[in-house]
Write a protein that binds this ligand. Structure first.
Ligand code: BG6
Ligand code: MG
Length: 223
């Protein structure tokens, strides 16, 4: 595994790592799934985490055995409907949605001159970062619209390191989703999973929640 001393940059997921927006994504998808007659389960909810908007809709339709029920145009319509509902849920969101310890962790990283980038699948991430007051820390962002493949493909985390001018083995990726951990591992970066270690069992290091995400804890975990 990587030495703590060789780490130069951190590549962050957004939803469920920096802010608790993943609950709003889930809520909006659940509403659409139920409208389409697809049973909502915890497993489906977990599988959607980190996955792009259209890939998420396709997973929902597949779970309900409806993968060929709609035209591309109808699917675009439903994806837009989900996004409108999601943005409505976000309307009043502010810095209070930042997850515990994240502000301190980011401040600490800046103090120690680590580089930071964002590898979020969300096309709403610039807006979310603005509302959270964190945009200034994440000037380097992978634009998900430019990707050939979404998570779990390594492309997004590989790009997260590239835009920092760093090698993958100099970077740590932080994720709350199984698809995201697979992407980090595939990009040969050190993976930190935030959440249930049974679900994120492929992560190199696991913290049950963001309050445990500190440089000291990462250093200890690598010893
Ligand atoms: C990821 C979320 O960050 O972004 C997913 O975990 C979401 O739940 C995906 O579907 C795409 O987001 P958006 O905002 O572009 O629809
Ligand atoms: Mg996430």
């Amino acid at each position: 595994m990587v030495n703590f001393e060789q780490i130069k940059g951190f590549v962050f997921d957004l939803d469920g790592v920096i802010a608790d927006t993943s609950i709003y994504h889930s809520k909006a998808w659940r509403q659409l799934a139920e409208e389409l007659g697809v049973t909502w389960t915890t497993e489906l909810s977990n599988n959607l985490k980190g996955v792009s908007r259209m890939d998420s809709l396709n997973l929902i339709l597949k779970a309900g055995g409806k993968e060929s029920a709609y035209t591309e145009e109808e699917k675009e319509h439903y994806a837009t409907e989900k996004n409108t509902n999601y943005l409505n849920l976000l309307k009043d969101m502010d810095a209070s949605a930042i997850l515990p310890g994240i502000n301190d962790f980011i401040e600490d990283l800046k103090r120690h001159d680590y580089k930071l980038s964002l590898a979020s699948a969300s096309k709403n991430s610039p807006l979310v970062l603005e509302q959270l007051g964190l945009a200034k820390y994440f000037e380097k962002r992978v634009d998900p619209a430019t990707l050939k493949h979404g998570k779990p493909d390594p492309e997004i985390f590989a790009r997260g390191a590239e835009i920092l001018g760093l090698k993958p083995e100099e970077c740590v990726g932080i994720e709350d989703a199984t698809a995201g951990i697979k992407s980090i591992n595939g990009a040969s970066e050190l993976s930190i999973g935030i959440g249930d270690p049974k679900i994120l069992n492929e992560a190199d290091i696991n913290f049950t929640d963001t309050s445990k995400l500190t440089l000291e804890n990462i250093k200890q975990a690598l010893k």
